[in-house]
Design a protein around this ligand. Structure first.
Ligand SMILES: Cc1ncc(COP(=O)(O)O)c(C=O)c1O
Length: 345
C-alpha cells in the first residue's frame, strides 16, 4: 500500500533488462551512444515531429529549469500556476538556472490556469517599461499538481494566448504519459500541435530508474540547451544508461502501457474510496493522483495497517477531517487497492 508517490515505485523490468543490455561492452560517451540515436528516432516518430531535438537529464527539476533557462532572459517573467512544481518544489532552481527570471503565479481551480487569469497576469507587466520584468515564458503542468488533466483544447487556448503576447511555452510533462492516456489525445496533440515549444517528458515516475527527456520542438533552441546542460553539470558521461532507459520506454508503447496501469489503479482506488460516505475527493481523479479528505480515524486505520502516503498527523480528534494525497504507479496492484480500501472501511 505504497501510495506516497509514483517515485516510490520500483523500476519496470523491461527497463532493467535494457540497462543490463546497455551494460555490455563499450559505448561512445556524452550522448554519442547508439541508444541515443534510437531515442532521437523514437521521439521524432512518437511525436510526429521529424525536426524535434531531444536531450536527456536525470531529474524532472533539471528538465524544467534547463528548458526554462533556454526560453527566457533573466529580466523576464515565467507564468505558472501558483501550485506548480516549479513554484513550490524546486528550491528556487528556476530562478537560479535562469539567472533570476521572475515566477509570476497564475490562479485557477483544481491545478489549472484559466486563459482569463493568464491574460491578467501577462497584462500586469508593462511591455517596454524598464521598471517592469518583461513577458518571457508560460509553463503549464500536465498532469497538473492536483491530478487533473488539461485537454488538448485547453492547452491550445493557453499557449495561443501566451504566443499572442510573444511569450514562449513550456510544458512540465513529468506525468505526460498519464495525460496522454487520460485524454486519448496523441502525444503530438498534447504538445507541439497545442503550441508547446519545449516539453519536459517524464519517465522516472512511470517506471524508469532516472531519466527525463527535454524535447525541443524548435530545433533552433538546441545548441543553447546543450551548452546550458553541460554548464549546469547535467551532461552525463556514461550517457548510455539514460538513453537505454528512454529508448526502452518509448519502444512498443511501453510508456503508455505503464501509464494506463497507474491511471486504472487510481480509478479503482478512488472508486473504492468514494463509496465510503465520509471520504471526499478534492479534485476529480483524471490520471494517477488522488486528493481526498476523510476523518483522522480512517487515516489511522490505513496507516497503522502499513499504508504509506502524504504526511498525516495521527495526533488529534478521530473525526477531524484531514486532506491527503495518494499516488498510484505502474506497479500498484489490485490487492494494494482492495486492502487499502478495506482498512479505510
Ligand atoms: C509536476 C512535477 N514536475 C516535476 C517533477 C520532477 O521532480 P524531480 O526533480 O524530483 O525529479 C515532479 C516530481 O515530483 C513533479 O511532480
Amino acid at each position: 500500500m505504497f501510495f506516497a508517490s509514483d517515485n516510490t515505485s520500483p523500476v519496470a523490468p523491461q527497463i532493467m533488462d535494457a540497462l543490463a543490455k546497455a551494460n555490455e561492452s563499450y559505448r561512445a560517451s556524452y550522448g554519442n551512444d547508439d541508444e541515443m540515436d534510437e531515442v532521437r528516432r523514437l521521439v521524432r516518430e512518437v511525436f510526429e515531429a521529424p525536426q524535434a531535438e531531444v536531450y536527456l537529464v536525470a531529474t524532472g527539476t533539471t528538465a524544467n529549469v534547463l528548458s526554462l533557462a533556454t526560453l527566457v532572459q533573466p529580466w523576464q517573467a515565467i507564468y505558472c500556476h501558483r501550485k506548480a512544481h516549479i513554484a513550490v518544489d524546486e528550491c528556487g532552481a528556476p530562478e537560479f538556472y535562469t539567472g533570476g527570471a521572475k515566477l509570476e503565479y497564475v490562479d485557477g481551480a483544481h491545478g489549472k490556469m484559466t486563459p482569463e487569469a493568464l491574460e491578467t497576469a501577462i497584462s500586469a507587466q508593462v511591455k517596454g517599461d524598464v521598471h517592469s520584468v518583461q513577458p518571457g515564458a508560460l509553463s503549464v503542468t500536465n498532469v497538473t499538481e492536483a491530478g487533473t488533466v488539461y485537454t488538448a483544447d485547453e492547452l491550445t487556448a493557453l499557449n495561443k494566448l501566451a504566443k499572442s503576447h510573444g511569450v514562449r511555452t513550456h510544458l512540465d510533462g513529468s506525468r505526460f504519459g498519464n495525460a496522454v492516456v487520460s485524454t486519448g489525445s496523441t502525444p503530438a496533440e498534447l504538445s507541439w500541435k497545442a503550441g508547446v515549444d519545449v516539453l519536459s517528458f517524464g519517465g522516472t515516475k512511470n517506471g524508469l530508474m532516472g531519466a527525463e527527456a527535454v524535447i525541443l520542438f524548435d530545433p533552433d533552441l538546441a545548441w543553447e540547451f546543450e551548452l546550458r546542460r553541460k554548464r549546469g553539470g547535467h551532461l552525463f558521461s556514461k550517457h548510455r544508461y539514460l538513453s537505454a532507459q528512454m529508448a526502452a520506454y518509448l519502444t512498443d508503447g511501453l510508456w503508455l502501457d505503464l501509464a494506463k496501469h497507474s491511471n486504472a489503479a487510481a480509478a479503482k482506488l478512488s472508486a473504492g474510496m468514494q463509496a465510503i460516505p465520509d471520504v471526499e475527493l478534492l479534485h476529480s481523479v483524471e490520471a494517477n493522483l488522488i486528493f481526498a479528505r476523510m476523518p483522522r480515524g480512517r487515516h489511522r486505520r490505513a496507516i497503522e495497517a502499513g499504508a504509506k502516503y502524504s504526511g498525516i498527523d495521527l495526533n488529534g480528534e478521530e473525526d477531524e477531517r484531514l486532506a491527503s494525497r495518494l499516488v498510484c504507479s505502474w506497479s500498484t496492484t489490485d490487492d494494494d487497492v482492495a486492502t487499502f480500501v478495506s482498512h479505510l472501511r
